[in-house]
Write a protein that binds this ligand. Structure first.
Ligand SMILES: Cc1cc2nc3c(=O)[nH]c(=O)nc-3n(C[C@H](O)[C@H](O)[C@H](O)COP(=O)(O)OP(=O)(O)OC[C@H]3O[C@@H](n4cnc5c(N)ncnc54)[C@H](O)[C@@H]3O)c2cc1C
Length: 367
């Protein structure tokens, strides 16, 4: 009887062990997808990648850089690609960012697509020319209490081609227990400067990348970034321009204005720049110089929290109020906006209320 019980227990234990073994192997099969093939643009490029990661990361590892301003968190919706085959179903994180037509056309956020088998994708051809650059911090200097100008001299490749208004994706390194991240920063230098890129970076309290830039990164340190990215740029029209920016939103506008000056672009332009107090203004002298160099250019800084009894004689109030006061009819202008989403949304309301069609409004939200 006792022997029978012992045999049954041993038999059951054996069965359990075998079952556990089968489950373990099965789970390993699920987690370890093995090599997967990615076909891009009907065979234009074919990759073999390790399965399990995201499509965005798999492409980046193979030097194909899809714009992703949020670094893969599924919050910027810049990394859309068409996944013709193998992408699985649309997930809850990406669903809010896809229109019904995009879902029908198999458009997906590449940061949310997991590589679990062979994929067939379509991307714009120009993305093949985005590259990863290695450089070093040539200088980092404060512009305001919470904004620095950082110039990165290029080491490999030694030169970059970009259009004024475009941005790079800076790659931070792990520090104080925080992971490496990628964040978008507009280039503030003009495209004529090919051997370095300048950026204007505002410290975001507790922000991973900006804390790294402000507190860890030193002059001479190596940095990596990819680029150039983005569609924000001056159009070919000859309409008068309204540039509107706040804080580090200065960066792409400053690149566009310097480019206009170098190329002697004669479009009438007004630059409305919003800041809190005089301490938050920067590049004032070169912008005043630009008013002399570009005959039809005006710079209008406006302060919203400057003490009433200070020596400031310029515009006061929100940049949107100043804009509406100075340009009552905006129907013939084009607008170029950069900065926080809140400022941009408020400015778009003012622009459209004052006659500007949405097709004449261009912006980069620093979301
Ligand atoms: C096209 C484009 C161009 C840009 N150009 C510039 C530029 O020229 N200059 C510039 O300064 N910025 C620019 N930005 C913004 C920049 O990309 C970063 O978003 C910004 O610098 C913050 O990055 P961070 O890593 O420091 O902050 P993050 O770590 O991303 O954090 C941002 C904030 O979110 C909070 N946060 C983070 N994660 C969570 C979470 N899980 N839950 C709740 N809160 C959270 C943080 O506490 C912090 O307050 C641009 C953005 C875009 C899209």
């Amino acid at each position: 009887m006792l022997t029978g019980i012992v045999i049954s227990v041993s038999f059951l234990t054996g069965c359990c062990l075998i079952l556990a073994g089968i489950l373990l192997v099965a789970e390993r099969r699920i987690l370890n997808y093995g090599p997967c093939a990615i076909d891009i643009n009907d065979g234009k490029k074919k990759l073999e990648v390790a399965g399990g990661g995201t499509l965005l990361a798999a492409l980046a590892e193979n030097d194909i850089f899809i714009p992703s301003a949020c670094g893969g968190r599924g919050t910027c919706a810049y990394c859309k690609v068409q996944v013709a085959e193998g992408g699985g179903t649309v997930g809850p994180v990406e669903a809010p960012y896809l229109t019904p037509d995009e879902v029908k056309g198999n458009v997906r956020l590449s940061c949310q697509v997991k590589v679990r088998g062979d994929l067939n994708i379509v991307i714009p051809d120009e993305l093949f020319s985005i590259r990863r650059f290695r450089g070093h911090v040539e200088h980092k200097r404060p512009l305001t209490p919470d904004i620095v100008e950082m110039r990165i001299a290029l080491d490999e490749p030694a030169e970059i081609e970009f259009i004024a208004g475009q941005y790079i994706q800076l790659e931070s390194e792990p520090y104080r227990g925080r992971d490496a991240v990628m964040r978008a920063y507009s280039v503030s230098s003009p495209p004529s400067e090919t051997q370095a890129v300048e950026t204007v970076i505002r410290l975001v309290p507790d922000g991973i990348c900006t804390t790294w830039v402000f507190e860890i990164l030193k002059e001479g340190d190596s940095v990596q970034f990819s680029g150039p990215y983005g569609e924000f740029r001056l159009s070919d029209s000859d309409r008068p321009c309204l540039f509107i920016a706040g804080g580090s939103g200065m960066a792409p506008i400053w690149s566009i204005l310097r480019d206009m000056n170098e190329k002697r672009v004669r479009r009438p332009a007004i630059y409305f720049f919003g800041a809190l107090t005089q301490d938050d203004l920067f590049y004032t002298e070169p912008l005043r110089q630009l008013e002399k160099d570009l005959p039809d250019f005006r710079y209008v800084p406006a302060l919203s929290r400057e003490p009433p009894d200070s020596d400031w004689t310029g515009e006061r109030g929100l940049i949107t109020e100043v804009l509406a006061r100075q340009v009552p009819d905006m129907s013939e202008h084009e607008a170029y906006l950069c900065g926080s989403p809140g400022m941009i949304d408020a400015a778009i309301k003012v622009l459209t209320a004052n006659g500007m069609p949405e097709s004449q409004i261009f912006y980069d939200k620093f979301a």
